[in-house]
Write a protein that binds this ligand. Structure first.
Ligand SMILES: Nc1nc2c(ncn2[C@@H]2O[C@H](COP(=O)(O)OP(=O)(O)OP(=O)(O)O)[C@@H](O)[C@H]2O)c(=O)[nH]1
Length: 328
């Protein structure tokens, strides 16, 4: 069995940087990795790719030859790749012996929730080459700084999950930059766990520009909550702990951790339901004022306990029976 990741997400969400960082990390932990560039708009690649779609079709040629814009050109390229899937299969076959595959896809989001070419390509590869792939959907974390943008990120993630029908992980990328966009309205957990969107609606209601969309936003939030499928993990690609945490999650999602286990279903389920790692990126979002408040409450509790013990001791000496009854 061959394992890997399908890296998708809107333009600029960090897919190419992710493939570069992830391949370096996986190689450091001893896996042989092959990065497959399926983005015909990727001119300069930071990683060494094992297969490059540019050897089959170039976006600039397609745009010039068929008088298409970049979006139409990309749809054409995916269509062309689907029709020439044998070309891709032939190049992937030598890698199947020992490689972990990272597929770098284009950023045009309509390819992953509207058109079927990209999905067909992935499904054909999975079937023919017996691949175990997980979709890693990157969304720029700065979208959390604006409630309306966050709702659209949720909708995009949900539509992509439903359309792609792959084991799926949504990632808030560039989490190291989120503080540059000002203080978030809620703790980071709120945005990653997607638990109660009514708070978000309240926040949206404060904005007079969005007043006329109130009902629409409410309905959209209702759809997201009804499906109850979307949640996020966080990523700073430059931080090895953050990448390591994500690798563990992906290994569970695409089944990599089960590959070397020859055991009963009980052993498999033990690993599958194992503890989720602490998302340490959330830690800095516990504000200092809360820490001070907690310390103060702790101090007051200890003080009251000492006083109570001292008073009990004094009263006990004068009237042990009534003290015992009061204590009980
Ligand atoms: N600070 C920070 N910057 C990041 C991170 N990931 C990506 N970037 C930056 O984000 C920018 C866009 O990254 P790309 O990897 O080109 O994004 P992409 O999704 O491949 O973009 P397209 O190919 O246009 O779809 C680059 O300047 C990266 O250096 C991250 O985790 N932290």
């Amino acid at each position: 069995m061959v394992f890997g990741q399908v890296v998708i997400g809107p333009p600029g969400s960090g897919k190419t940087t992710y493939c570069n960082g992830m391949s370096q990390f996986l190689e450091l932990i001893g896996r042989k990795v092959a990065v497959i560039n399926l983005d015909p708009a990727n001119d300069s690649l930071p990683y060494e790719c094992a297969v490059n779609i540019a050897d089959l079709v170039k976006l600039s040629d397609v745009m010039a030859e068929h008088s298409l814009g970049p979006n139409g050109g990309l749809v054409y390229c995916m269509d062309y790749l689907e029709k020439n899937i044998d070309w891709l299969e032939a190049r992937l076959k030598p890698l199947l012996k020992d490689r972990y595959l990272l597929f770098d896809f284009p950023g045009q989001v309509e390819l992953f929730f509207l058109h079927s070419n990209a999905k067909n390509i992935i499904m054909k590869l999975i079937k023919k080459l017996n691949l175990r792939l997980a979709a890693v959907h990157l969304v720029d974390a700065h979208l959390c700084s604006d409630p309306a943008k966050y709702v659209s990120a949720l909708l995009l993630s949900l539509s992509t999950m439903i359309h792609m029908e792959l084991p799926h992980i949504n990632v808030l990328s560039k989490i190291d930059l989120i503080q540059n966009y000002g203080k978030l309205a809620f703790n980071l957990d709120f945005y990653t766990d997607v638990e109660d969107l009514s708070y978000l609606q309240n926040s949206l209601d404060q904005d007079p520009r969005l007043a006329k969309f109130r009902k629409l936003t409410k309905e959209l939030c209702g759809v997201i909550e009804d499906y109850s499928l979307v949640s996020f993990t966080t990523l700073d690609i430059q931080d090895k702990e953050s990448v390591g945490k994500l690798v563990k999650l992906i290994d569970k999602t695409n089944g990599y951790i089960f590959a070397s286990i020859e055991a009963s279903a009980v052993e498999f389920s033990k690993i599958a339901v194992g503890p989720v790692d602490w998302d340490y990126h959330r830690y800095p979002f516990i504000s200092y004022s809360r820490i001070l408040l907690l310390l103060f409450l702790h101090f007051v509790t200890v003080l009251s306990f000492c006083r109570c013990t001292y008073n009990l001791h004094v009263v006990w000496a004068s009237n042990p029976l009534s003290t015992y009854i009061a204590f009980c």
